[in-house]
Structures are given as structure tokens and as C-alpha cells.
Design a protein around this ligand. Structure first.
Ligand SMILES: N[C@@H](CCC(=O)N[C@@H](CS)C(=O)NCC(=O)O)C(=O)O
Length: 222
């Protein structure tokens, strides 16, 4: 039986969704976030040294990192449903987006999140004006132009079929769901209609709804 070490309200939701799309049996070990820091509990480190979620355990194997988990599950349990044929252009796009989500887009989104919050507690009151100035500078000069390039690229890539890798929905769309949901929910998508339509389309999938029932409240589901 596959076990998903699932941190509430987090990107591990997409692993539950993949398992529902594949119709696999699985169990969830749920972890709560610290209500103040929002970090995961130390007990996650007993499963994997980095203490992050998702982590999947299957047949005694411990697999961390969303992209690696998706590759593992699709490779082992799904030969053709959510992955384009080998050697096709769609397969190359599939591999690209599977890596791009966490390798290129999430780091920029994380920087935005950190600098959006830099001038808030726990930053000491006296230092907040200076922190706000620094944050404004970094966001304006470094983060915003990079985020714009990336979101324009995502928007353009969805234009033809509405999916990231070829004509059909694939596991690469599941991997891209978290950053797309994050930008839509935080209002960072602007007027990019293809991104908004992508998020609506994935939210309408029955397997997505089933995963939500199992995984618990998830801020980006609306
Ligand atoms: N690139 C990793 C990121 C893992 C990650 O940062 N997970 C977050 C959940 S959204 C986490 O565990 N946060 C809790 C913490 O940092 O304490 C992946 O995609 O699996």
C-alpha cells in the first residue's frame, strides 16, 4: 500500500490528486502546520532528512520531491494514461514542465512570498521601514521582471491546447497545478486568461475533488 506523508494545505495535495487520477489505493499520514510559523512538524524528518512534504513510501522505498514522486508513480503504475508516448514532442514538453515547476517557477514565487512578508512580524517594529524599502527594491528590480517573463511564458504555452504537454491532460499539468493555483489565488496572474482557465479546468476534474475530500482544506482549491 502506498503511504503519502501529507502536510495539510500544501503542495502534497497534488500527489493525492495524481493517485486519484490513477485510481490507486493509498493511505494518508496527515501532518499539521505550526499555526504561528506555518512550518511542518519535526516528525517529518523521521521520514526524510529534509522534513518536507510530500514524501511517498511504497514497498519500503521512500520517495521525496514532487517531480520525482510523479515520475515514480507514473512510471510504476501508469504506462500511458497521464504521460505522452515516448519520443513524441509532447513527451519532451512533459519532461520539461515536470522539472520547470519546482526548478524555475517556484523559486521566483518563493522569493516573492519572502519579500512580500519581509516587513511584517517577526521583523522588529523599528526595522520594518528599512525592511519595507529593501523589499520594494528587490521585488521591483529582481522579482517582478522575472515573474512576468515566467508567467507570460506559461500563458503563451497554454494557448494552443489549454494543457502544458500536448493535446491532453497529463501528469505535467498536475505538477504545474500548484504554482498556477498559487499565482491565481494571490492575484499574481493578472489578466492572463489561459492561466485562469487552466486553474478552473483542473478544479472541475472529479479526481481533483476526491483528492480534496481526502486531503483536507486546501487554500488554493477555490
Ligand atoms: N521541491 C519540493 C518542495 C517541498 C516543500 O517545500 N514542501 C513544503 C510544503 S508546500 C513543506 O514541506 N513545507 C514545510 C516546511 O518547510 O516546514 C517538492 O516539490 O517536493
Amino acid at each position: 500500500m502506498i503511504t503519502v506523508h501529507h502536510l495539510e494545505n500544501s503542495r502534497s495535495q497534488r500527489v493525492l490528486w495524481l493517485l486519484e487520477e490513477l485510481g490507486l489505493d493509498y493511505k494518508i499520514k496527515l501532518y499539521k502546520r505550526d499555526p504561528v510559523t506555518m512550518l511542518g512538524p519535526g516528525s517529518l524528518k523521521k521520514i526524510h532528512p529534509l522534513g518536507k512534504s510530500p514524501v511517498v513510501v511504497d514497498d519500503g522505498r521512500v520517495i521525496a520531491e514532487s517531480g520525482a514522486i510523479i515520475e515514480y508513480l507514473v512510471g510504476r503504475y501508469d504506462k500511458d494514461k497521464l504521460i505522452p508516448p515516448a519520443d513524441s514532442d509532447a513527451r519532451l514538453a512533459y519532461t520539461y514542465w515536470l522539472h520547470y515547476a519546482e526548478g524555475s517557477l517556484m523559486p521566483v514565487l518563493l522569493l516573492k512570498l519572502v519579500f512580500d512578508r519581509l516587513a511584517s512580524p517577526p521583523m522588529p517594529l523599528l526595522m520594518r521601514p528599512a525592511a519595507a524599502l529593501i523589499a520594494m527594491g528587490v521585488k521591483g528590480k529582481f522579482v517582478a521582471p522575472r515573474l512576468k517573463d515566467q508567467l507570460d511564458f506559461c500563458e503563451q504555452s497554454l494557448a494552443e491546447t489549454g494543457w502544458f504537454a500536448g493535446d491532453d491532460f497529463t501528469a505535467a499539468d498536475i505538477q504545474m497545478s500548484f504554482p498556477m493555483e498559487a499565482v491565481a489565488a494571490r492575484g499574481a496572474a493578472g489578466d492572463r486568461a489561459n492561466i485562469a482557465a487552466f486553474v478552473e479546468r483542473i478544479h472541475a476534474r472529479p479526481a481533483y475533488a476526491k483528492a480534496l475530500e481526502r486531503g483536507g482544506p486546501y487554500d488554493y482549491a477555490d
